[in-house]
Design a protein. Structure first.
Length: 255
């Protein structure tokens, strides 16, 4: 091998090592993203028989790398949320929507998408492999990856469901009315009852098509409140749950 060829080889090796070092350091510092998909299914009893429907939502979380955690930056970040409300057609009784809103978070000023998996499947039961060394995973990342591997399924208690609603007029978002999961009959008539709800981890793609039910979602990419609010400041405690609902609670595409 002549001197020129040797020189080129040295430069190539140096470049490969440099790129590998940058990538390795970036992963160790920035961390990694993990995407989890979950399917929520509602089963409703009506006088005409059972009706059920489900929707798949997708959550992407960025966990800080080992170097970042070492210097004290350990906060997780939601960097992706995609999903739609569950739509259960109850025939002549109306249409039930399970939104993407967690009522507890909503009433405390939160805006994140409902994540039933974190309630339904405790982190203690899905430890996952953290690994070791500079590329060791964050505990929450290992938890998400273990759920993806095992794909659990479980029944959701009514108290852990997202906000349920119906519309007096599907073409009018301000006609939204909250529905009590334990008393669907009050909103949909005698004989209508929420029998059960299930949550499962899946690889199925996120659900689409809710605009066919709620056409006003297709008219804007912004996320205004469903019920226009009066001008001026207002305490959260003075607002009802439906006052706080926005378009994003029925269809979310972030980023």
């Amino acid at each position: 091998m002549n001197a020129g060829a040797k020189g080129c080889l040295v430069v190539l090796v140096v470049l490969v090592v440099a790129v590998a070092t940058i990538v390795f350091g970036w992963l160790a510092f920035r961390g990694e993203t993990t995407t989890l998909r979950s399917r929520l299914t509602l089963v409703v009893e009506t006088p005409e028989g059972e009706r059920s429907c489900s929707s798949v939502s997708q959550l992407t979380v960025l966990a800080p790398g080992r170097l970042n955690r070492t210097i004290g930056f350990s906060s997780l970040a939601r960097v992706g949320e995609i999903g739609e409300a569950v739509v259960v057609d109850l025939g002549s009784h109306g249409i039930l929507f399970a939104t993407l809103a967690d009522e507890r978070a909503l009433r405390s000023g939160g805006m994140g998408m409902y994540n039933g998996a974190s309630v339904q499947f405790a982190q203690e039961a899905f430890h996952g492999k953290v690994g070791s060394g500079i590329l060791a995973k964050d505990d929450y990342t290992a938890y998400l990856e273990e759920m993806k591997r095992r794909k659990p399924r479980g029944e959701v208690s009514f108290g852990n469901l997202p906000v349920l609603v119906r519309f007096s007029d599907l073409s009018d978002p301000s006609s939204v009315v909250q529905v009590a999961p334990s008393d669907l009959a009050a909103s949909f008539g005698p004989g209508v009852k929420l029998k059960r709800a299930f949550l499962e981890i899946t690889e199925d793609p996120p659900t689409t098509g809710i605009e066919a039910w709620l056409p006003w979602l297709a008219r804007t990419k912004s996320s205004p409140r469903l019920i226009p609010q009066p001008p001026g400041p207002r305490l959260l405690s003075d607002a009802s749950t439906v006052d706080l609902l926005s378009y994003d609670d029925f269809r979310r595409k972030f980023p």
